[in-house]
Write a protein that binds this ligand. Structure first.
Ligand code: HEC
Ligand code: HEC
Ligand code: HEC
Ligand code: HEC
Length: 230
């Protein structure tokens, strides 16, 4: 009796996955190395940091990652306070008092306060001292962090941005689809309960197939309508 819907659901899931292009961060603005294709990229890195064409190291490190951030092998400084969160009288779910996990990771560049080269462990050997620090590298664009006027700078005031660090709960507000429907459509919910909406719920930092770094095509607002019943 239950076999058919299960098979159908699996088939849809598989089709959904094969329709997604493989991640290719090197061709995106998230490649901040000398081989980057965006306008913000590394020009030169003095001292021991010789491996200037490494691109993962702006976010991850193979050793000495910051496990407290909740993103695999995280290599950057983050701000854990100072944010104004979204609020409105019609919010029914719980929004954390400060951003969490993946959102903190994104905001470590996108709030405009932390230098792109503020890393725990620079590329190459012998570059870790237990802290993050800004290495004073030079940038082709002459900026070492997101400039105040850039549209990619969301700032620390998140009250005018889509809520993040929200506990997804469609019993608190029935105008939402189930968490299972959301994740099987290709979006991501985070945290130990697998129910936190973060920047990475809508964006995939490794893939710009659906610009700007969206997890799925937002044509016809399909992204929004994956969660919202509207
Ligand atoms: C601009 C920042 C950034 C860069 C550069 C980056 N990543 Fe990530 N990566 C993230 C974030 C944020 C996550 C957390 C999960 C998510 O939202 O996709 C992540 C997650 C991952 C994961 C865990 C699996 C997953 O999808 O969650 C792996 C593996 C990974 N990255 C590998 C890499 C490799 C390899 C490179 C270099 C080729 C790289 N990343 C470059 C930000 C980055
Ligand atoms: C290491 C720094 C860094 C991290 C971490 C980072 N980004 Fe970015 N991101 C950038 C830079 C640099 C650009 C290009 C900005 C520009 O050209 O003005 C960019 C561009 C973008 C854009 C496209 C903006 C546009 O104008 O095309 C989006 C969307 C974005 N990032 C989302 C995210 C999200 C979501 C995360 C976390 C999952 C994240 N970023 C993590 C540095 C970062
Ligand atoms: C609910 C989904 C969702 C969440 C959560 C979300 N974004 Fe976005 N973001 C989008 C969409 C959709 C766009 C494209 C906007 C458009 O089409 O006008 C976008 C655009 C952007 C841009 C490009 C802005 C521009 O106009 O140049 C940046 C940068 C960005 N997001 C970063 C973030 C960061 C950082 C977070 C977490 C603090 C975040 N996003 C959370 C859906 C989301
Ligand atoms: C991953 C699921 C998800 C996606 C995708 C998503 N949202 Fe949301 N959205 C939420 C959640 C959860 C809330 C908080 C709802 C609550 O607490 O009542 C919310 C809140 C909002 C609010 C504020 C509602 C209020 O009462 O203040 C607006 C407006 C909104 N979303 C619009 C959008 C738009 C536009 C898009 C597409 C660009 C989008 N959302 C994509 C999950 C999502």
């Amino acid at each position: 009796m239950f076999a058919r819907p299960l098979v159908l659901a699996l088939a849809v899931g598989l089709l959904g996955n094969t329709a997604l292009a493989a991640d290719d961060i090197s061709s995106t603005k998230h490649n901040l190395s000398t081989s980057g294709t965006g306008s913000i990229k590394l020009a030169s890195a003095p001292g021991a940091d010789t491996d200037k064409d490494q691109l993962c190291s702006f976010c991850h490190t193979p050793h000495f990652g910051d496990a407290s951030v909740g993103v695999v092998l995280w290599n950057r400084s983050v701000n854990t306070s100072g944010y104004t969160m979204y609020s409105s009288s019609s919010i029914d779910m719980t929004i954390a008092s400060q951003p969490q996990g993946v959102s903190l990771a994104c905001l470590s560049c996108h709030d405009g306060t932390i230098a792109f080269d503020n890393l725990r462990n620079g590329p190459g050997a012998g570059d870790y001292n237990g802290n993050t620090w800004s290495r004073g590298w030079s940038w082709t664009s002459n900026v070492n962090k997101m400039s105040g006027s850039a549209s990619a700078n969301v700032g620390q005031d998140l009250s005018n941005d889509h809520p993040v660090s929200v506990t997804y709960d469609n019993t608190a507000d029935t105008a939402f689809y189930s968490a299972t429907a959301v994740t099987s459509a290709g979006l991501r919910l985070y945290g130990s309960g697998g129910n936190q909406v973060e920047c990475g719920s809508c964006h995939n930092p490794h893939n710009n197939t659906y610009a700007p770094f969206l997890r799925i095509n937002n044509q016809g607002s399909a992204l929004c309508l994956t969660c919202h019943v509207k």
